[in-house]
Design a binder for this molecule. Structure first.
Ligand SMILES: [Zn+2]
Length: 424
C-alpha cells in the first residue's frame, strides 16, 4: 500500500471515529446498530471503531436496550471516568471556574468577585487560584485533566490564546492561554465569552440540534456568539460578534468604553438597568429596593433587583421591562440580519432574565420583520449564570470530539489542534 493510501485510510478512520464519538455524545445511550444506521458505515466497521473508543476509555457500555426485535442490544455512552475539563471564565468583575465531565455534568464549581480597578496581575492571580483549586478537585476524583477552556471578556486571538483587547478591563495583548497552559500543562482552548457560551449551548445545551443560533452574553457588556451554518462565525480577523457596539439609538449622550457613543450595550447592560432603577428611586417612587439593600448590606445591583422583582416590586419590574425593550431592539436587528432559529441569552443579566423577556419579546415583535421573527425562538440558557463557564469547558470538549484519537486514554498529555480551536 502506498504511503498516500495509508495516510488516506488513516484520515478516514479518524474522521469516522470522531463521527461515532459525536453521535454517542449527542444521543447516548445508543447501540452499535443505531450508530451504523446514523453513520452509514457497516456494522463491522462500527464495531471496530467502538472497540478503539472503548480501549481509549472514552466510552463505556451501559446496560442493554430493547430494540423491539431480537435480543436487546448493548448500549454505549461517554465514560464519565474518561477525564474532566476545567472551564475558566474571566468576567469583568468576577472570576469563575467549573470542572465538568465530557457530558457537561458539573463536578466542582467556584467563583469569586474581582475588581476591574485592581492591577492585572492580581486578577490573573485570582483566576490561577481557581485553576489550582479545580486541579485539586480533579485529583481528588482521580480524573485526568483532558483540557482547559477559558472564556475572556473581549477580543481574543484564538490561535495564540491572547486577549488582544478588553474594553471593559482596559487590558491589551494579555497571553492568558499561555499562562493557563504553563500553570496546568494541559491543552488550553481560549475564546471570548460569547463564543464560549455559544459553544456551550452547541455541545451541551439548548442548541445541540440547531445550525443557526446566536448566544448573547449580557452583563457589564453585551456580546454575541454567532453560530451560523453549523459552526462559529468568526469573521475576517476573528472578532465577529461585537454586537454590543452596534448602534441602536440616535441617543449619543452616553460615552461607551469602546470610545464611541450610542452603542447598544449602554442601553441594555446591567448598568443601564441599575440606572433606570436609581432614576425611579431618586424621584421618590415607593419600592422594596432600599429596604432590601439596607437589610442585606448589598449595593443596588442585579441581586437586589431580582429579589424585588420576585416580590412583585413595580419599580423593579418597570425598569426591567424598559431594559428588556432596549435589549430587544438589538435582538430585532440580529434577527433581521441573520434569520436565526434560536437566540439564547446568558451572562450575569440572566439573574433577572425572566423579567426582561416580556420587554425583549415586545421590542422584537415591533422591530423585526414578522416572517423572520416567527422563526426565531428566544430562550434563557438552561445553565443560568454558569452558561459561559460551561461554554469555556465546551471549547475543550468540542476539540476532543473533533479529534478523539489524539486523546491517549487516561494518560493524556496533549490534544492536537481541534476543528475550531487550537491547543496551545
Ligand atoms: Zn461601544
Amino acid at each position: 500500500m502506498s504511503d498516500h493510501r495509508a495516510a488516506d485510510q488513516s484520515f478516514v478512520r479518524e474522521t469516522n471515529i470522531a463521527s461515532i464519538l459525536r453521535y454517542i455524545h449527542e444521543q447516548a445511550p445508543i447501540s452499535r446498530a443505531r450508530l451504523a444506521a446514523l453513520t452509514g458505515l457497516n456494522k463491522s466497521t462500527v464495531s471496530s471503531l467502538v472497540e478503539e473508543l472503548l480501549a481509549r476509555g472514552l466510552i463505556h457500555e451501559t446496560g442493554r436496550g430493547s430494540s423491539g426485535q431480537g435480543r436487546p442490544a448493548t448500549l454505549l455512552e461517554i465514560n464519565p471516568a474518561a477525564g474532566c475539563i476545567l472551564g475558566v471564565e474571566l468576567g469583568v468583575d468576577y472570576v469563575r471556574a467549573a470542572l465538568v465531565d465530557l457530558s457537561g455534568q458539573i463536578l466542582w464549581r467556584h467563583s469569586a468577585d474581582s475588581d476591574p480597578s485592581h492591577p492585572q496581575e492580581q486578577i490573573i492571580h485570582q483566576a490561577l487560584e481557581l485553576v489550582e483549586a479545580g486541579m485539586s478537585a480533579a485529583n481528588e476524583r482521580s480524573l485526568p485533566l483532558l483540557g482547559l477552556g477559558a472564556a475572556l471578556p473581549g477580543m481574543v486571538d484564538v490561535q495564540t490564546g491572547t486577549l488582544t483587547f478588553s474594553p471593559n478591563l482596559q487590558w491589551r495583548d494579555t497571553s492568558l492561554g499561555r499562562i493557563f497552559h504553563e500553570h496546568t500543562g494541559a491543552p488550553v482552548f481560549v475564546d471570548n465569552d460569547a463564543n464560549a457560551g455559544a459553544m456551550g449551548e452547541h455541545v451541551f445545551g439548548l442548541a445541540r440540534q440547531t445550525r443557526n443560533f446566536i448566544f448573547i452574553v449580557a452583563g457589564v457588556g453585551i456580546g454575541g456568539g454567532l453560530f451560523l451554518n453549523g459552526d462559529l462565525y468568526r469573521g475576517a480577523g476573528g472578532y465577529a460578534g461585537e454586537i454590543g457596539h452596534t448602534h441602536v439609538s440616535s441617543d449619543s449622550s452616553r460615552l461607551c468604553r469602546c470610545g464611541s457613543r450610542g452603542c447598544w450595550e449602554n442601553s441594555g447592560n446591567q448598568y443601564a438597568l441599575i440606572e433606570r432603577v436609581r432614576a425611579r428611586l431618586d424621584v421618590g417612587r415607593r419600592s422594596l429596593i432600599p429596604r432590601l439593600c439596607a437589610e442585606q448590606n448589598l449595593p443596588l445591583g442585579l441581586n437586589v433587583i431580582a429579589q424585588a422583582a420576585a416580590q412583585g416590586d413595580e419599580e423593579a419590574l418597570s425598569a426591567l421591562h424598559d431594559t428588556g425593550e432596549a435589549i430587544g431592539q438589538g435582538i430585532a436587528n440580529l434577527i433581521n440580519i441573520f434569520n436565526p432559529e434560536l437566540i439564547v441569552m446568558g451572562g450575569a443579566m440572566i439573574m433577572v432574565g425572566e423579567y426582561l423577556l416580556p420587554g425583549i419579546l415586545k421590542a422584537v415583535k415591533e422591530k423585526s420583520l414578522p416572517d423572520i421573527s416567527q422563526q426565531a425562538q428566544i430562550r434563557l440558557s438552561g445553565f443560568g449564570v454558569e452558561a459561559v463557564v460551561i461554554g469555556a469547558a465546551a471549547l475543550a470538549v468540542e476539540a476532543i470530539l473533533s479529534n478523539p484519537t489524539a486523546v491517549a486514554g487516561a494518560n493524556v498529555t496533549r490534544v492536537e489542534a481541534g476543528r475550531r480551536a487550537r491547543a496551545l
